[in-house]
Ligand binder design. Structure first.
Ligand code: CP
Ligand code: NVA
Length: 304
């Protein structure tokens, strides 16, 4: 549908809008911490379609809608006609006739795109195989709170060229930082995603080179949801790509560590890093709530 604002990738907002959203997220956090009510979404309803598991995304969207004065409805494929093959276009038309916004977590990104195309209300990408833009809002908010503007900073992505890596590539372009991606051969990010941000991103297989002097070091699981059957092969391929104290010592002395979670201690990150003083992962996870409240406010208060 024309003229409906969606959030399927970081490119659906301009760099200025993204920057404003991060500032707003921290304002909403302060309002929440002060115990003040802020309910601009009274009587608004968000439908949440989850075709993959979730803790943080489900909790943060549901709690966020309630705190903003609205309501959220959880829809799983097991309990709806989505799991019995009803076309996504029909689901989009019907669902959007009853609610004010739709969040979807699914496998193929094209499904989220089709949902948005046939929806008369904003659609939010809560993770697809291609990207995870809501997580980047929280990550950018966390960096902003800890270190100020990320513009001009150096970020090291260690590990799989997956959906999170793709969103970091998009973020490098939109927020203006340099991204060093370091992955095993054969696990590089998507070429088209990379090509779109080639001026600010490079890919290597050299962990020390990629992390040297970084202001932010981040990683993700070696086998994402949908890749579980490759777990053993991936453990072998990624065994030299763990973020541990040695890696953090190569980074800037004030570097922070982020991980979208859930994490596998002893695989992509050592326990002493994720539970150590440079790790801001709990603040990052909490910021999912505040960053998405800013997004919901932006998309649903004045949807036209
Ligand atoms: N980081 C993240 O999206 O977590 P969940 O899978 O628990 O939602
Ligand atoms: N790359 C991970 C992120 C989970 C939040 C996955 O897709 O499973």
């Amino acid at each position: 549908m024309a003229d409906v604002k969606h959030f399927l990738s970081l490119f659906d907002l301009s760099p200025t809008e993204l920057g404003d959203l991060i500032v707003r997220a921290s304002e909403l956090k302060a309002i929440q911490k002060a115990g003040k009510l802020h309910t601009p979404l009274q009587n608004k309803v968000l439908a949440m379609i989850f075709e993959k598991s979730s803790t943080r995304t489900r909790l943060s969207f549901e709690a966020g809608m309630v705190q903003l004065g609205g309501h959220a409805i959880f829809m799983s494929p097991q309990d709806t006609q989505i799991g019995r093959g009803e076309p996504i276009e029909d689901t989009a038309r019907v669902t959007s006739s009853m609610v004010d916004g739709i969040m979807i977590r699914t496998f193929a990104h094209e499904k989220a795109v089709a949902l948005a195309e046939y929806s008369s209300v904003p659609v939010i990408n809560g993770l697809t195989d291609l990207n995870h833009p809501c997580q980047l809002l929280a990550d950018m908010q966390t960096y902003y709170e800890a270190r100020g503007s990320i513009k001009g900073a150096t970020v090291a992505w260690v590990g799989d060229g997956n959906n999170m890596c793709h969103s970091y590539i998009n973020a490098a372009k939109q927020f203006g930082f340099t991204l060093h991606i370091c992955c095993p051969e054969g696990y590089e990010p998507d070429a088209a995603v990379l090509a779109n941000a080639k001026e600010c991103v490079n890919v290597s297989h050299d962990l020390e080179e990629a992390t040297k002097g970084a202001d932010l070091v981040t990683t993700d699981v070696w086998a994402s949801m949908g890749d579980e059957q490759e777990q053993n092969v991936r453990v072998a391929a990624f065994s030299n790509y763990q973020v541990n104290q040695h890696v953090m010592q190569l980074a800037d002395k004030n570097a922070i560590f982020l991980h979208c979670l859930p994490a596998h201690r002893g695989e992509e990150v050592s326990a002493d890093v994720i539970d150590g003083s440079q790790s801001l992962v709990w603040q990052q996870a909490e910021n999912r709530l505040h960053a998405q409240k800013a997004l919901l406010e932006y998309l649903l208060v004045n949807p036209e």
